[in-house]
Structure formats: C-alpha cells, structure tokens
Design a protein around this ligand. Structure first.
Ligand code: SF4
Length: 430
C-alpha cells in the first residue's frame, strides 16, 4: 500500500474541520463538533439531532475521537448552526473550537469505583485549554486524553495523556509514552496544558515542521519533556508506567453492565458510527448523561430498565448484542460523501458484515461471532478514521478491494468477489 500522505506543512492553514470552519465535502459542508471526553447531556444530544434534521443529512456521525460530525450542511446554515451549538454549550470558545480534542475512558467508574473522576478531569482540562490563548495555535490534529488508570486511551497515542497511578500520582504521558512527568490530581489539567505549551514553544513546532509530538525528532521530544518538567505542579521521576496486558474478549464490550453501586449501565454500538436522528433521540430518552466512545458507540452510564432499553435499541437498529457481526466494523465516509473515494465503502461493509444488499454484486455472508480484530473500510489510502492499534484495513482500489492485516498479509480481491471469508481470515487473531 502506498505511504499515507504527509501532513501539510505546519505553516499552512489548518484544514481540520470544525463547527465554525466547515469542510467542503462532495455531499456539502461537513461540520465537526468537539465533544471533550465524548461527554454529552441528553439535552445536547437532542440538540445535535435537531440540527442534523434541520441543517444536515439527518444523521450524526461519531468519530474515532468521540466527536460528532454533520454532513451535507448548506452554506446558508452555518450561522444558525453555530448559534444553536453555542446556546447548547457545545461551542464554549470560538478560538479553541478545533483544539478541544480530548479522549476520555468511556467506561470510567462503571466496572469499578474510581477515586479519579475522569469526567471532572475532562471538564477541567477543557476549561484550562480554552483559558489559554496560546493553545488556540495547536493543530486540530493535536489530541489530549484522560485515562481512568486502565490504559484504554493509551493506544490512541494522544499527544498529552493523563494517567492516574498509585500514590495519588498522575503520569503526564507525551505521545503515548511515559517520560517520568508527574502531577497531583489537582494539578493534572494545568500540567497537560503546560505540556502542550512546551510543544508549541519548541523550535520545530514554531518553525512549522511539527503538528503533533510524533512529528518531532527525538531531540525535540526531549526538549518538550524538559520544558514541561519545569512547569508549576509538575515533577519528574525515574519510575515508568507499565502498560497492563490487553484484556481478553471482544474489544467493544456492548450490552448491560452492572455498576459497583448496584445500578446499571448500557453500552451501545452504532453500526458504522452513523446515528439517525431518531436513534439519537431514543438514546437521549434513556439517560440524562451519555458518553460517545472512540469505538463509535455510546455509553449510558446509568440507566433504569436496561433490558427494556436494550430491546428498544435493537429494534431501532442499534447494537447491544455482544455477538453482533457489526462489532469492530468501521468505515470512512466513502462515496457519495467523499470525492476521493473509489467506492461506497459503507454499503460494501454493510453487505459484508450484516448481509445487506451490496451496491453491486451479490450478498455476502455474515461473519463469525468470536472475538476478532477490528476492521476499517476505506475508499482510498488516506485511511481517514482508522482506529488506533492493530486493525485490518479494507481499501477500495477501483477494481475491487485490498485487504491489509496487521501482520502485513495483503490480499487483493477483484470487484464482484465475495469479501466475507477473506476479511474474516484477516481479522483472526494469531
Ligand atoms: S479515506 Fe479517502 S475516501 Fe475515505 S473519507 Fe478519507 S479521503 Fe475520503
């Protein structure tokens, strides 16, 4: 597969879409609304459904950074859209609207009680970012993360991550790695902002050659570590965090979950990350607080009658069955939304994984129900939205599909070939 395109020079304008800087896509303007930590109230989700109904194509797209996208927005709707988002608290800073990229552990405090409040830390970090004028200079690609201690956000290699450890210590990870930076919980948000500033102050970032910490040379990263380590509230240690082994079982833990306090949570997967406005309204009716996940799902952290809601969601086309063939399946926009795409990859993915009619050719069998690697369908080599970590990529070639497994196995299948078995084989874990 050809190498992915390099990011544009840092001196070029940041083309990352936002709620105020919409991207001209093939199907109209695309708006991306940042939802730090994936946190939304039911009121905000209903508002997003309403603006998608009034100004978009009637869907909400969930992104791999737990943000929300609207497609097919008319140029005349950008003003009303911004006003409605602002009134709902979804646009707290005009200058920082594209840099509020914060991942949060979506299952925080659900499987076990937590002393570290991920939601509160996300909100504190969001406020600290918006309060720092310099951070508006970050690229829209720059990513923060607040982990619950289990390390689930670490695979995303966030530029700046907060990871609580023993002894009331919070590790400030840079580019997904522990460089020995530590802060107390009360200083964590400030420390993350200091690390981002340390990046912006680096000569490579200032010269326009680095958008993210991964773009720095090893010497540049060392300089950032040194600067961040001198910020108020930050200290350095020789100890390093040890990543726990990955948990067994499916990567997307959908279904009902028992909370330690006796209540229930419900984890829902959204097929191909695309919610209809009616599905969004239904989710909002089930819980006053919701969390969008990086795996294109929605967590309802506290819900009464979870079995009843799971049944209603299933009938509405959402996924609460841990054996669903939709789990771990994602796709980029493809045709008709993206002019670069060589195929309607969503329709092909639906045909392959759920037995839906293919846009051309026959109906493919559903895939197996055992744990497997995630698979991402893409219309070109750019690979938008590819999940972090090991993933099978299925790329439209114009003459069929190319399947790339993490072990570098590559298969080409011509148009009309049955993709199901080949994709399943590539998804089998060693
Ligand atoms: S991967 Fe290619 S086809 Fe898909 S959305 Fe990105 S640019 Fe478009």
């Amino acid at each position: 597969m050809p190498a992915l395109p390099s990011p544009p020079a840092r001196g070029a304008p940041d083309a990352c879409p936002g709620a105020l800087h919409l991207h001209p896509a093939a199907d109209g303007l695309l708006a991306r609304i940042r939802c730090p930590g994936g946190l939304l109230t039911a009121v905000q989700l209903r508002l997003l459904a309403a603006v998608a109904r009034d100004h978009g194509d009637g869907h909400l797209e969930l992104t791999s950074r737990a943000n929300v996208q609207l497609r097919a927005v008319a140029a005349t709707a950008t003003g009303p859209l911004a006003a409605r988002l602002r009134a709902a608290g979804l646009l707290p800073s005009t200058a920082h609207e594209r840099v509020r990229n914060i991942l949060g552990s979506a299952l925080a405090d659900i499987d076990s009680p937590a002393a570290w409040d991920v939601g509160a830390q996300v909100r504190a970090l969001d406020a600290a970012i918006c309060a720092e004028p310099d951070l508006a200079r970050l690229s829209g690609r720059f990513l923060f993360a607040v982990d619950d201690g289990g390390g689930d956000t670490v695979t995303a290699r966030a530029d700046v991550g907060l990871l609580p450890g023993p002894d009331d210590d919070v590790a400030v990870l840079l580019a997904g790695a522990d460089h020995g930076l530590r802060a107390g919980p009360a200083d964590a948000a400030r420390a993350a902002v200091a690390a981002a500033r340390a990046f912006l102050d680096d000569p490579d970032a200032a010269a326009g050659s680095a958008w993210r910490l991964d773009d720095l040379t090893p010497a540049g990263l060392d300089r950032v570590v040194t600067r961040a380590g001198t910020a108020p509230g930050v200290r350095r240690t020789a100890r390093r965090w040890q990543q726990p082994p990955p948990a067994a079982g499916p990567a997307v833990p959908v279904g009902v979950r028992h909370r330690p306090d006796g209540d229930f949570a419900l984890v829902v997967a959204i097929p191909l990350g695309r919610l209809t406005v009616d599905q969004a309204d239904l989710l909002a009716a089930a819980s006053p607080q919701l969390r969008i996940t990086p795996w294109r799902g929605v967590v309802l952290p506290r819900v009464t009658d979870p079995a009843g809601w799971a049944d209603r969601f299933t009938r509405a086309g959402l996924v609460t069955d841990p054996g669903s063939p939709w789990l771990g399946v994602t796709a980029c926009a493809g045709l008709p939304g993206c002019a670069r795409s060589r195929a309607d990859v969503r329709a092909e993915a639906a045909a392959t994984h759920a037995g839906r009619p293919a846009p051309t050719g026959g109906v493919h069998p559903s895939l197996g129900r055992r744990p497997h690697l995630p698979v991402h369908w893409i219309g070109c080599e750019r690979g938008c939205g590819t999940p972090a970590g090991p993933v099978v990529r299925v790329t439209a070639t114009g003459a069929g599909y190319q399947i790339d497994a993490p072990d570098r196995t590559r298969v080409h299948l011509p148009t009309g070939a049955a993709l199901g078995a080949a994709v399943q084989t590539a998804r089998e874990e060693p």
